[in-house]
Design a protein. Structure first.
Length: 79
């Protein structure tokens, strides 16, 4: 292992099954996945949901997750 670290951001949707009426309904919502990659392999990820009209709190949550991942990418690996 070389300990090469990268951070990737992916915009996408997730589907969640929730109770509705007499059954279940699938709800999809948008979000960003912050992926931590070491030596080309994903090692951790965080999902940050964002609405169609992101709020200040949505922005701050994404910035915090991205910031933590960037700090991780600059820290020495355990290898």
């Amino acid at each position: 292992m070389r300990g090469e670290r990268r951070v990737r951001l992916r915009l996408g949707t997730r589907a969640v099954s929730v109770p509705a009426g007499h059954g279940r309904e699938v709800v999809e919502y948008a979000g960003v996945t912050v992926v931590r990659v070491e030596d080309g392999e994903p090692v951790e990820q965080a999902w940050v949901p964002v609405g169609t009209c992101p709020s200040y709190a949505d922005d701050e949550a994404l910035i915090a997750a991205w910031h933590a991942a960037l700090l991780w990418s600059r820290s020495p690996s355990d290898a």
